[in-house]
Ligand binder design. Structure first.
Ligand SMILES: [Zn+2]
Length: 281
């Protein structure tokens, strides 16, 4: 017999009412499951100090890690997506956009800024995975294109930080066109002899991998990042073969010649600054 009996069923405290651990102060490392305090994460550039796992972060955090004193001018901040196809799945695309904008405080899955890293000018365009899976729609493509124009006009090197599930299905072909558009713009950047560094972070997949993410003068990735084009199940069913273990990790991709370097986020700024210096000479 039990010592006491619960008479009422289904007593549930809503998450907002659980006060012991204020929301967002403690986080569990997704890899080693150890608790990480928010201030420790910031101090350690959002890398788990137990196991070195690189937490997924957004443009706000990357800008703070890379730009000197977190000072930069945001570019093309007001671009937002239209709904050319009047797309609707479980909800209307326009509603999904408004909701996501409200929830994330972002206008779309990318932000661009110009500032200095270690005293050298740099344009950075950085994707945000929180915004519909970092999907590449027309706003992402357009912001990248305009950032490249800004780089060419001012002779400032361009850094692209990719983090994406691929093309945005709600924009269908308009989304796929961004692959050609960004690639063509990068060709112009190259003709103008302005350096382009591509940084692939966890995850970089689909049409993003198949276009601008792999076109850097230098392609670098963060350790352990998932990098691929199609998902493993699709590939397995297509080629009818088992896939090697870890075949879509940054380490595997580097071994097979698609990446130049894997750089720990805690050394990222220093490495990028030295690449920029090298390419400026
Ligand atoms: Zn960890």
């Amino acid at each position: 017999m039990a010592w006491f009996k619960r008479e009422l069923k289904g007593i549930i405290t809503t998450t907002e009412e659980k006060k012991e651990a204020p929301d967002g102060i403690w986080n569990k490392c997704p890899n080693c499951k150890k608790p990480l305090h928010y201030s420790e994460q910031v101090e350690n550039q959002y890398v788990c100090h137990y196991c070195g796992y690189h937490l997924r972060i957004g443009s706000k955090e990357y800008f703070s890690v890379l730009f000197d004193n977190n000072e930069f001018t945001e570019l093309f901040a007001d671009l937002t997506s239209g709904d050319p196809l009047h797309f609707e799945d479980t909800k209307k695309y326009t509603d999904r956009l408004t909701e996501t904008q409200f929830k994330t405080g972002l206008k779309d899955a990318i932000r661009a800024g110009v500032g200095k890293i270690d005293g050298q000018d740099l344009v950075i365009a950085c994707m945000d995975f929180n915004f519909i899976g970092g999907s590449m729609g027309s706003v992402v493509g357009e912001k990248i294109a305009r950032s490249i124009d800004h780089s060419i006009a001012n002779k400032i090197p361009f850094l692209m930080i990719s983090k994406s599930g691929g093309a945005r299905m709600m924009e269908a072909a308009f989304s796929l066109m961004q692959m050609a558009k960004t690639s063509a713009k990068l060709a112009l950047l190259s003709q103008a002899k302005v350096p382009y560094i591509s940084l692939l972070t966890d995850p970089t997949t689909g049409g993003v991998t198949a276009s601008y993410a792999m076109l850097g003068d230098i392609n670098i990735a963060e350790p352990g990042a998932l990098i691929g084009f199609a998902g493993p199940r699709v590939i397995k069913e297509t080629i009818k073969k088992d896939l090697p273990k870890g075949f879509q990790t940054a380490e595997f991709v580097q071994e097979h010649g698609f990446l130049d370097f894997i750089v720990d986020r805690r050394e990222m700024k220093e490495k990028l600054a030295s690449f920029l210096k090298m390419m400026a000479n």
